[in-house]
Ligand binder design. Structure first.
Ligand code: SF4
Ligand code: SF4
Length: 293
């Protein structure tokens, strides 16, 4: 029975440390505090993956659109070859430090991302191939530069998660994490995702303002039949819109029935449009051949 392990919540996913898995009752000894001699060491050399909810919080905090935030503060990567995309923090120009690091600490502290909240704990999100839902466990990252492990404070991982405000963060990113695990563990049965579905994944997960425009667009509304009050709800609340995006992706990428209904003639219209595009391409090809001859 295959088990997929995702350590992407670790700020140091390439760490050579092989994690021991713990549950939330594991007691850890740790405290990070101002005045500690390693202050900011962890933010000076970053490799941080952002969840959709991390991006939502930070773009709001900085009063930017999702597109502006992505351009200024992130770069994309692939979770696996030809797999779905993720987004990481872009460090300062010509350096490795976080753009939000200041001598006095994190300048976006109240909205810092999931990985920063978790450190030095890492969330391990798993999904067995024969199970529908994911399950969570944790690992401890012990790095020499972090002196917080020597501080005289003990608490359980569950209490640490509460202290760091992680319960909401984890819950709100769960749909995204499940999509990634589903893609990773589905293998060839789902096949190579089309370029269009990968672009859709990126837009719905990370570029929420553009996803809102898509939901308002004629092409979406000619295809999908969302009830008016539901549409108002998701267009008026970014968290609702983000959660709808996860459901939408489950339906379009994995064929799960999420109850997002299509207009009865939508499929006919889509096929007709596809045929039109193919005919135009063929005609263009013929003209190019004629010119070359
Ligand atoms: S967001 Fe804040 S806590 Fe996270 S790496 Fe940047 S400065 Fe450090
Ligand atoms: S104790 Fe660890 S988490 Fe806190 S500032 Fe030092 S290196 Fe960073």
């Amino acid at each position: 029975m295959e088990v997929e392990i995702d350590i992407s919540e670790s700020p140091y996913p390439n760490s050579p440390v092989i994690p021991t898995q713990y549950d939330g009752d594991k007691v850890i000894q740790f405290q990070c505090r101002k005045g500690i001699t390693c202050w900011n060491a962890c933010c000076s050399n970053i490799d941080i993956i952002l969840s959709p909810y991390d991006i939502l919080r930070l773009k709001r905090r900085l009063n930017l659109t999702s597109g502006e935030f992505l351009t200024q503060y992130t770069y994309p990567f692939e979770f696996e070859k030809e797999g779905v995309a993720g987004v990481k923090f872009k460090p300062v120009d010509n350096g490795t430090a976080c753009q939000f690091m200041r001598p006095e600490g994190c300048s976006v502290y109240e909205d810092r991302p999931t990985a920063c909240r978790y450190y030095p704990v890492a969330l391990l999100s798993m999904r067995r191939q024969d199970e529908f839902t994911d399950s969570w466990s944790y690992a401890l990252i012990e790095e020499k530069h972090c002196l917080g492990h020597n501080e005289p404070r003990s608490l359980t991982i569950n209490d640490y998660r509460k202290e760091q405000g992680l319960e909401d963060y984890d819950q709100l990113a769960r749909g995204w994490r499940q999509l990634i695990l589903k893609k990773k563990s589905s293998g060839p049965t789902v096949g190579k995702p089309s370029k269009r579905s990968l672009l859709m994944f990126f837009m719905a997960c990370y570029d929420l303002d553009r996803f809102r425009e898509f939901v308002i667009s004629d092409s979406f509304n000619e295809t999908y039949d969302l009830p008016g009050d539901f549409k108002q709800k998701i267009l008026g609340d970014e968290i609702e819109l983000m959660q709808f995006g996860f459901r939408f992706l489950r339906q379009v990428m994995f064929g799960e029935d999420e109850g997002i209904t299509m207009h009865s003639d939508a499929m006919d219209k889509l096929l007709a449009r596809k045929r039109e595009i193919e005919a135009l391409r063929a005609e263009q090809g013929n003209q190019d051949d004629a010119q070359e001859a």
